[in-house]
Design a protein around this ligand. Structure first.
Ligand SMILES: Nc1nc2c(ncn2[C@@H]2O[C@H](COP(=O)(O)OP(=O)(O)OP(=O)(O)O)[C@@H](O)[C@H]2O)c(=O)[nH]1
Length: 653
């Protein structure tokens, strides 16, 4: 599970302000003719140069690294060395998504082609930048599948981290040849011998093959490309065979529709051809093919071994139809061509519900959600209606980062006018009939009569890898055990570094586990996780009742051991935010028929006109108007009127 996104109005990819672009812009402001001529020349020269490079001089590779170990910085340096971008003109070409810039993480896999002259011969190098975060494992694995090898990048001051380990195994299982790179050797805290020793002991990689660099200063980076060419095998494939193409990424363009990033395994592809998807069975006419150099640069053909982009004419409308891992072939070859393995539909594992504070904002909020989803094939959206919060949506995400980036975006756009419930996970119910149902909305979770119909309840687990300095081991074990974790492995991979493996309920992970881990280890631990399937569990629905009426949007499914504590927290927190009314209000937390906790709010009368002089007509009108305006933001739960901001405050972390 995991993946991608592109956000709102900034959905369009970032346009690097490199020399080539500058040239385009200058010519464009003078005359159209002077704009077109140099562009065509640049393209045809590039195409001529590429067309004479045989497949055995192609190299497709990616960079395997932990977050922040310097993938994007190193990619920029490699693009500069090969003249693909101008030195210093452009920072982090590959991290194009705005959210990536904001958070300094790579969410979307991007690729970029380079031409490098080595020992008098041109090589076509395709660098695929892979997401560093755990939610996007499917993107990572598709990127790996399109490569022959990888640069295994390690920060010399931090050494091997959890994601280095997890991504190493993924790369290893895809059969990638690994070139060890030790980065950040310029840092005073750099300890290259320790990093080399870890690489050898953890991954059995020979330190003699490692390249020591500083991606930031550029020190020794030029030694990487010859190593890449020597160590990473060229792709294989026959350009004359029927087309077999793997979809590794996609994004939406307002003018061209969905653009697909593809790796050609067999055959070749040209504009005008009709191709068909094995996953959706839909067919499309190819409008343009080309390479990312570093922007989209059209070519007349993409052939076996190459990585590039394609889009259709008429364009593909829905990002959902571009499924990562899907295989395409030319129409007529569907029977002769075998689809490539590894395709799986993305699975939403974290859910939140979103409601407008004021129902008249519904349309506007819907537009924003649709705009974000337009570029994110892995968010699921369904309508939801809550008695307490009105009409809204239930949104499904691949993981916690995926979810929190989407949430940030909605909050940035809608600020105080949106209510988001805390993230929940799906549960599995096995009924006595043998039927199984996955329930992602806690309101649909069976409660009272479950003993009659439910045979078993299950919750999703993840297998978590945590790398940490040995001094924090006690605290981290305590944290994992406190979150219902089951230890599966503990390894010292150096005298001071430990790798802990735990099986943990996903529900605990989404409850800010990473934040707590950072707190417990002063930020020194790193975490990676993967899906470990559903397991039998003792879980129950916890509801909040206001004068005996359940507040539907607040329901949660929790482990029995947490019912009482959470119930008490809920009632006291909700009480803080609900105004007194003319009658007594009883707030309860209940699981089935059992009341777990209770609070009472004493009655009191509120008359907005009581302090006014009878003759003050205009003031009286104004107050009544204001009260009417305020009512729009009120909701009734049973006979109790509650301000939306009470829900907002209650649901906030
Ligand atoms: N001192 C020093 N800093 C570096 C070096 N390489 C990268 N950095 C810094 O390390 C930080 C992370 O670098 P990025 O290139 O964004 O890391 P990344 O691996 O792409 O991160 P993700 O996209 O989140 O996976 C940035 O602040 C860089 O400037 C280096 O060789 N030396």
């Amino acid at each position: 599970m995991r993946r991608c996104f592109r956000i709102g109005d900034s959905l369009l990819r970032y346009r690097p302000n490199n020399g080539l672009h500058q040239a385009f812009r200058c010519s464009f402001t003078t005359t159209t003719r002077s704009f077109a001529a140099p562009v065509l020349k640049i393209q045809s020269e590039l195409e001529k140069r590429i067309s004479v490079i045989p497949i055995d001089r192609f190299r497709n590779f990616c960079i395997v690294a932990h977050v922040d170990h310097g993938k994007s910085t190193l990619s920029d340096r490699l693009l500069e060395i090969t003249g693909t971008i101008q030195a210093g003109s452009n920072k982090q070409v590959l991290d194009k998504l705005e959210v990536e810039r904001e958070r300094g993480i790579t969410v979307k896999a991007q690729t970029c082609s380079m031409i490098y002259n080595y020992q008098g011969e041109d090589y076509l190098l395709n660098l695929v930048d892979t997401p560093g975060h755990v939610d996007f494992r499917a993107e990572v694995s598709r990127s790996y599948a399109s490569c022959g090898g990888a640069l295994l990048l390690i920060d010399a001051s931090q050494g091997v981290q959890a994601q280095t380990v997890a991504n190493f195994y993924l790369a290893f299982s895809e059969g990638l040849r690994l070139v060890p790179i030790i980065n950040k050797i310029d840092l005073p805290s750099a300890d290259p011998p320790r990093a080399l020793e870890q690489m050898q002991s953890t991954f059995e990689l020979d330190p003699a093959n490692a390249v020591l660099v500083s991606a930031k200063t550029g020190l020794n980076v030029e030694a990487i490309l010859p190593q890449t060419i020597e160590q990473i095998p060229a792709p294989t494939g026959d350009s004359t065979a029927p087309l077999r193409l793997l979809l590794i990424d996609s994004w939406y363009d307002n003018f061209k529709g969905v653009i697909l990033l593809v790796r050609i395994f067999e055959g070749s592809i040209r504009p005008g051809e009709t191709i068909r998807s094995f996953a959706t069975n839909l067919k499309y006419i190819v409008g343009e093919v080309g390479i990312m150099y570093p922007d989209q640069t059209p070519l007349t053909v993409l052939r076996a071994g190459q990585l590039g982009y394609i889009y259709f004419n008429p364009g593909m409308k829905r990002i959902r139809d571009a499924k990562v891992g899907d295989t395409f072939t030319t129409v007529g070859n569907e029977k002769t061509v075998q689809p490539l393995p590894g395709f799986e539909e993305p699975k939403a594992m974290v859910f939140v519900a979103a409601f407008p504070v004021d129902q008249s904002d519904y349309g506007h909020l819907e537009d924003s959600i649709n705009a974000i989803v337009l570029n994110d094939r892995s968010v699921t959206v369904s309508k939801e209606s809550s008695e307490a919060l009105g009409a809204g949506w239930r949104l499904g995400f691949l993981g916690t980062l995926h979810c929190s980036v989407f949430e940030d975006r909605l909050r940035q756009e809608h600020g105080a006018s949106i209510i988001l419930t805390p993230p929940t996970v799906p549960f599995k119910v096995i009924w006595t009939t043998g039927k199984e149902t996955i329930i992602s909305n806690p309101n649909e979770f069976p409660d009272d009569d479950r003993n009659q119909k439910v045979a078993e309840l299950q919750e999703p687990y993840v297998s978590v890898t945590i790398a940490l300095p040995e001094e924090y081991i006690g605290k981290v074990i305590e944290l994992c055990e406190g979150n219902r974790g089951v230890q599966t492995k503990l390894t010292f991979f150096t005298a001071t570094q430990v790798v802990l493996k735990y099986d943990l309920p996903l529900a605990q992970l989404v409850d800010d586990f990473f934040g707590k881990l950072k707190g417990a280890t002063k930020g020194y631990a790193s975490l990676d996780y993967e899906d470990a399937g559903f397991r039998r569990s003792n879980i129950q629905k916890l509801q909040l009742l206001v004068n005996k009426v359940p507040v539907d949007a607040v329901s949660r499914v929790v482990h029995t051991s947490q019912l009482d504590r959470l119930g008490r927290e809920w009632v006291s927190k909700f009480k803080e935010h609900v105004d007194r009314q003319m009658f007594e209000i009883v707030i309860q937390a209940a699981s089935g028929r059992r009341i777990v906790a209770r609070e009472t709010i004493k009655p009191f009368r509120k008359d907005v006109l009581q302090k006014l002089h009878a003759a003050d007509v205009s003031r009286r009108k104004k107050l009544l108007e204001r009260q009417k305006e305020g009512r729009k933001k009120l909701r009734a739960v049973g006979n109790v009127i509650i301000e939306q901001k009470a829900f907002q405050a209650f649901l906030a972390k």
